[in-house]
Write a protein that binds this ligand. Sequence first.
Ligand SMILES: [Fe+2]
Length: 293
Amino acid sequence: MSGFPGVFDLADAAAYGRWRDSKLSRAARSVADLVVEVQDIAHLSDAEHAALAGRVAHSGMAVYAEPPKAGRDDKAALRALAGRFGLAGLDSNHLADDDGVTPLSVHRDGIRSRYIPYTERPIAWHTDGYYNPPERTVRALLLHCARPAAQGGANRLMDHEILYILLRDEDPELIRVLMAPDAMTIPGNDEDGMQRPATTGPVFSVDGLGNLHMRYTARTRSIEWSEAARPAADAIRRLLETPSPFIFEHVLQPGQGLVSNNPLHTREPFADDSARPRLLYRARFHDRIQDQS
Ligand SMILES: [Fe+2]
């Protein structure tokens, strides 16, 4: 957001207008705009790094594509990639391996089988960490695909800054209610059996550096919207269900991955081949990939 002070201040329509026009003129309009071919994510060249960083700056995300590397330690490579983007504050959860990089694959039994990420079921639009307390806000998200599913398993993706624009252009009041500190509550101890306290907070917030964060889930069970925010929640749902050149759909292929500032995303349902099960690695960070452009 550097160079655009006041962008997210509803009283500063001029600053918002300049940022909006710049954003819409540079944002990706297809998955192809996001993809960068790289040789090795553990050792990005300066040009590869710049190409990925530019896409993250303009579109909130980029997709790298490296030649599949048999026998390589993908988790170590993903950590090296994170380090290159200045990401150090890994968010570990109680199901992640000790190093904070989570292998995502189908678990047919055991504790993980109770959580949607470890099933073949679809995951509705959300940003990661929407149930986290503020000190564990997830600002960056990396995914690496070791093996895709036999069928399905696409991610739909949308830069939350674009959604902000669509909402504010429709009615700035929608933004005002979504920035209220009581907009959305995730009750503690939800039906997944996860033991956690309730978290109440805004959907849109702006950090000390002027960056916009979005905390969101489209799920309807175990979510409490403030009375004032309900029309805005409906507007978000409608916009995410409306075809848009800014909503991308992509199945990560072997050696491909997502470098992002935790945009809105889904996971579509998939069918696994147990002989070659889907395997993605996920890393979440409390820091954001800074705009270096
Ligand atoms: Fe997610």
